[in-house]
Design a protein around this ligand. Structure first.
Ligand code: C5J
Length: 220
């Protein structure tokens, strides 16, 4: 079985029972001129993950590994958006409001979709999720069970929000999670650093952390 040089210890996985999950690489979060940047965030902090993730996707697809994408967003009528989530954020830029790339975080809008560089390949599942975690109110758990997946390689944005929430949910469900440091990003460099340290601390309290090159080097 492949063994990845990881923190806090080597990560062993089996190709057939491992999936790559690419979290929320959406235009609303990553594109210059989009929702994230309009809020004053430095999208460069997220965009640096695009090229390593593209290279990772090439390698993982060539190795025949399962790839799953997620998108955070809501139905146009907002019926799946809890009032508490809707009420948060900058008052003029709330979920469902008109944004620079369509209604903010609404399914079907241009900004809600995945950036062109990381477009899902035909047949790769795309999980639409209303929450931060990819398991909450989605079919992800059933999909992974159906495919016999027990380990997850996790990438995407943002490190301390949707990546962390998904890894914590997965850990509680018994999955082993390897987070690839150069393929996850936060608008806040300090959250990126501490977010990664939190995963691998205390003997890997809820996962492992490695670089994408360390992971790819173990693929057949
Ligand atoms: C994600 C967010 N995807 N930061 N969402 O992390 O609101």
């Amino acid at each position: 079985m492949p063994v990845v040089d990881a923190q806090p210890s080597p990560f062993t996985f089996d190709l057939t029972s491992t999936a790559l999950i690419v979290i929320d690489m959406q235009r609303d979060f990553l594109e210059p001129g989009g929702f994230g940047e309009t809020l004053g965030n430095d999208v460069g902090q997220l965009r640096r993950t695009i090229e390593p993730t593209r290279a990772l996707l090439r390698a993982v697809r060539a190795a025949g590994m399962t790839v799953i994408h997620t998108r955070e967003g809501h139905k146009p009528d907002l019926s799946d958006c809890p009032p508490a989530k809707l009420a948060r954020g900058v008052p003029s830029m709330r979920i469902g409001d008109p944004g620079p790339m369509g209604r903010i975080l609404i399914q079907g809008e241009y900004g809600h979709d995945i950036v062109d560089e990381l477009a899902p390949a035909p047949g790769e599942p795309v999980i639409d999720k209303p929450g931060k975690g990819a398991f909450y109110a989605t079919g992800l758990g059933e999909l992974l069970a159906h495919k016999g997946i027990r380990s997850l390689v996790v990438t995407g944005v943002t490190t301390e929000v949707c990546v962390h929430t998904t890894v914590r949910e997965a850990n509680d469900r018994g999955f082993e999670c390897l987070v690839l440091a150069d393929c996850v990003g936060s608008y806040f460099p300090e959250f990126q650093e501490v977010g990664l340290r939190m995963i691998a601390a205390q003997g890997g309290i809820f996962g492992w952390v490695a670089t994408s090159t360390a992971f790819v080097s173990t693929l057949p």
